[in-house]
Design a protein around this ligand. Structure first.
Ligand code: SF4
Length: 290
């Protein structure tokens, strides 16, 4: 269990905490919870929702997520090679990125105006990996790459996470695409670090942001975004507490345990598996295009 440090008093009775042990939450899912808790549930616990009798749609993989994953894999492959052998092969990094992108786009893909087709997406991924190779890799002193961390939140929720790069007091995470707030995710990593076998003493959080710019625009540049560590931990703790409470209420209350935010920018049949289904009737109360 996470040590309590300065976290607020545990609002959970032991019985509720015990029930939570069957749920595992990934740190990387936390930041999207507040945007629409119902969508979060549909996405993170697809099976649980369907087992409760709700139907969900299947939605494609967004090209932004696919290019992000490809950039991530290509970039970290270079870092891993250098940590192991002292050197890295730039072409091998590109190859990893492209093969990851092809895997990620094998099924249904949601293209957008920044990446309207696979050729464009491949070029974007390559230049994003090159930003990492040229702006991060030369000076990076990370000791651990994607350490697998696991812990127990004080509500009883099991939490997992693997931050991209850790160097004793510095946690860095690679993000691409469109800038968004990831405080809850990073705060959760910090909480997990308290019991991590590597025993880092995190004091700084840096997001290594590489924008997915249109291919006709100049090549993107690295932007290092610093986060306030204590603030991130507070948001992570509050989010995990809300999730635990909602999961506990789901058995009794069903979908209403998770608030539906129909004003979310992602509230559409393109981005949400619950849109127009029995799990989210709120989504079609007004005449929305979907
Ligand atoms: S359809 Fe809209 S309100 Fe319903 S879960 Fe999805 S994003 Fe949330």
């Amino acid at each position: 269990m996470f040590p309590r440090h300065d976290l607020p008093a545990d609002p959970y009775p032991a019985q509720a905490r015990e029930r939570m042990t069957k749920h595992t939450v990934r740190a990387s899912s936390l930041s999207s919870y507040a945007d629409c808790p119902r969508r979060w549930m549909a996405r993170q616990s697809h099976q649980l929702v369907q087992d409760a009798g709700y139907a969900l749609n299947s939605i494609g993989r967004h090209i932004g997520a696919a290019t992000g994953q490809a950039t991530h894999q290509g970039s970290l492959s270079g870092l891993r090679a250098r940590l192991k052998t002292g050197t890295f092969d730039p072409e091998a990094m590109d190859d990893v990125a492209i093969s990851t992108l092809r895997e990620e786009t094998e099924g249904q893909v949601i293209w957008d105006d920044r990446s309207p087709n696979i050729n464009t997406a491949e070029k974007q991924v390559i230049r994003q990996v090159h930003v990492f190779r040229d702006s991060v890799l030369p000076d990076d002193e990370s000791e651990w790459i994607e350490p697998e961390w696991k812990g127990m939140h004080h509500t009883g929720l099991e939490v997992t996470g693997h931050p991209d790069l850790v160097k004793y007091d510095l946690l860095s995470d690679v993000k691409t695409g469109i800038e968004s707030d990831n405080a809850a995710q990073y705060g959760c990593y910090v909480m997990l670090s308290w019991n991590a076998p590597e025993k880092p003493q995190l004091d700084h959080i840096h997001e290594l942001f590489i924008p997915r710019t249109k291919i006709t625009a100049p090549a993107p540049e690295l932007d290092v975004i610093k986060y306030d560590l204590e603030g991130c931990v507070a948001i992570a703790d509050a989010t995990l507490t809300k999730i635990a409470r909602a999961l506990g209420e789901f058995e009794k209350e069903g979908r209403n345990a998770f608030l539906a935010n129909t004003r979310s920018m992602l509230c559409s049949n393109t981005f949400c598996a619950a849109w127009g289904t029995s799990f989210c009737p709120e989504s079609t109360l007004s005449k929305r295009k979907g």
